[in-house]
Every structure is written in structure tokens, then in C-alpha cells.
Design a protein around this ligand. Structure first.
Ligand code: AMP
Length: 286
């Protein structure tokens, strides 16, 4: 396994792999790897000849009041995790390499980037789509792997790949969870044991919502959201729920009445535990 810090070196390696007929699988990450990231790396290991991952805490997807400086970082630990997952190359550039002083170009997936998370994190997806496009241009993968944990991110990247005719296939991998159901996240290190226990309520609520829709034919979304909010507030008094949304999984448009709706239902939410902001979702077909 090699660590590559320079864009030019990474491009040369990827180009060589392509020319020699190797299939490249690429997993972009911000590091502080956990089993969620590993599931993506192992899927890539399974499907591709060469596995490249990037570790880059991307400044442009954080707004000034967010946790860019505090975001957990531990390269040595990540190195060993990558090695155990069979990674071939870690692309580990520094900020100055990715964003030169005269950097001026951003790509934005309009509309999809403004809803749900975008309402609370206005510049976030512009930063995400720009860095993902840059990383894909550098690593030239045939396949790229994202987690369902960040549902909107997967939808936005899918749209960008389609709209810009990018020559890469997107694989979206299931959310990996703690035993209690809490979605694994690098940010979970910010949580105390008590907060982790309480935060398991979020996924329980999402599963309950799915059950109510599919088994009890609950179709009034307003009422559903009220029940969920109540469930979370009762069972997790230290949470502060920011939003719950019920949308489709392509245009992320709100579904107001589920009665005649057929197709993918995405229920997503964000909640604060102290200063830590957690997101989670459940996706199913109705
Ligand atoms: P991050 O390092 O948080 O930017 O995440 C890198 C990739 O890992 C993204 O595609 C995430 O959606 C994915 N990911 C993060 N957490 C999980 C999880 N618990 N299960 C599956 N994928 C995840």
C-alpha cells in the first residue's frame, strides 16, 4: 500500500492502471475511518483490481461555524485500517495541493443541494460536489463508492455524475451501525456514552416510521412526523431534533400524502446532542 500526496503522482498512477487494463475502485473519505468506511473499501476490494481511497478533510464543505478544525484526524490509525481492508493507494493531499491560492471553480448541483441538509448547511454540497469531481478527475476510477448514511450526498453525486456525463459508476452501500442501531460516524467520538445510548433512538424512530407506513398504512405525513418527533423527544430528552423529512430518493421532493404514492420513500433527519450534529435516514420502497 502506498501513500500518495501529490496530485500529479496520483494521476500518473491512475493513468498507468487504466492503460494496463486494471479496474479502479475509489472511495473518498475524510478519514478517522470506522466500519462504515471499511464496508465501502471492502466492496471496492471485491469489485475492482486497484483500490484507491482518499483521506482529505475538505475545508470547502464546512461553513465557518462548523467543526472543520476539530474534525477528528488520525492518519496513522487510518493507514492501518486501509491496509487491513486491502487498499492499494491512499491519496492524502494537503489543502494547499487541492486548493491553490488562485482556486476559483466550483460545481453545484442546483436544487438538490438546497433542500434537506442544504437548508441548514447552505454551502455544504457545493463543497462536496466540487471536491468529489476533483478527486474523480485525479483518481480516474471506473467505480466509486458512497454510503447510504449520507443519503442526500449520494443523490447529489449521482445527479452530478449523470448531468456532467462522468465516466464512472456509483455504488451506494448500506449504512453500517453500532449494535444499538446508531449509525457509525467519525463524529460519534464527540458523544459521551450516555449520548450514544440516547442517540440510538434516532434509528428506532426511523424503523418505527417505516413500520407505520408499510404495516399500518399511515399516510398522513404531518401526523407521522408529529409521532416521530414525540417518540424521539420522549425517549431521548437530551436530543434536539432539527428536522425530519419524508421525500422521494431522486429529486428529494417532499411527499405530503403517502396514500397514492408508489416508489422509494426516504425518511431523513438531523438531531443535535449537545454540539454534535447527527444525521440518519431510512430508505424503502412503498
Ligand atoms: P466521510 O469520511 O464521513 O466523508 O465518509 C466517507 C464515505 O463513507 C461517505 O460516502 C459516507 O457516506 C460513508 N459512510 C460514513 N459513515 C458510514 C456508515 N456508517 N455506513 C456506511 N457508509 C458510511
Amino acid at each position: 500500500m502506498k501513500v500518495i500526496k501529490e496530485i500529479s503522482a496520483m494521476r500518473d498512477i491512475s493513468e498507468y492502471c487504466r492503460r494496463t487494463g486494471k479496474k479502479i475502485g475509489f472511495v473518498p473519505t475524510m478519514g478517522f475511518l470506522h466500519e462504515g468506511h471499511c464496508s465501502l473499501l471492502l466492496k471496492a476490494r471485491d469489485e475492482a483490481d486497484i483500490v484507491i481511497t482518499s483521506i482529505f478533510v475538505n475545508p470547502t464543505q464546512f461553513s465557518p461555524n462548523e467543526d472543520f478544525n476539530d474534525y477528528p484526524r488520525d492518519f496513522l490509525r487510518d493507514y492501518h485500517v486501509c491496509k487491513s481492508c486491502g487498499v492499494d493507494y491512499i491519496f492524502y493531499p494537503d489543502s494547499a495541493e487541492m486548493y491553490t491560492e488562485d482556486f476559483h471553480t466550483f460545481v453545484n448541483v442546483n436544487t438538490l443541494s438546497e433542500t434537506l441538509e442544504g437548508k441548514y448547511r447552505p454551502e455544504h454540497f457545493k463543497g462536496v460536489s466540487t471536491i468529489v469531481l476533483k478527486l474523480i478527475n485525479i483518481t480516474k476510477p471506473h467505480l466509486t463508492y458512497f454510503g447510504q448514511k449520507d443519503a442526500q450526498q449520494a443523490v447529489v453525486i449521482k445527479k452530478m455524475i449523470n448531468d456532467l456525463n462522468m465516466d464512472v459508476k456509483l455504488r451506494v452501500c448500506e449504512t453500517v451501525r453500532e449494535e444499538n442501531g446508531l449509525a457509525k460516524s467519525s463524529r460519534n467520538v464527540y458523544l459521551s456514552r450516555e449520548q450514544k445510548d440516547e442517540a440510538s433512538v434516532l434509528y428506532k424512530a426511523l424503523k418505527e416510521a417505516k413500520r407505520m407506513i408499510l404495516e399500518e398504512n399511515m399516510d398522513d405525513v404531518k401526523e407521522l412526523k408529529k409521532v416521530l418527533r414525540n417518540y424521539i423527544e420522549t425517549n431521548s430528552p437530551n436530543s434536539s431534533l432539527q428536522y425530519i423529512a419524508v421525500t422521494d430518493n431522486t429529486n428529494l421532493e417532499k411527499i405530503s400524502n403517502l396514500k397514492d404514492y408508489k416508489g422509494d420513500v426516504l425518511i431523513s433527519l438531523a438531531a443535535y446532542y449537545g454540539k454534535t450534529r447527527l444525521i440518519d435516514n431510512i430508505l424503502f420502497e412503498k
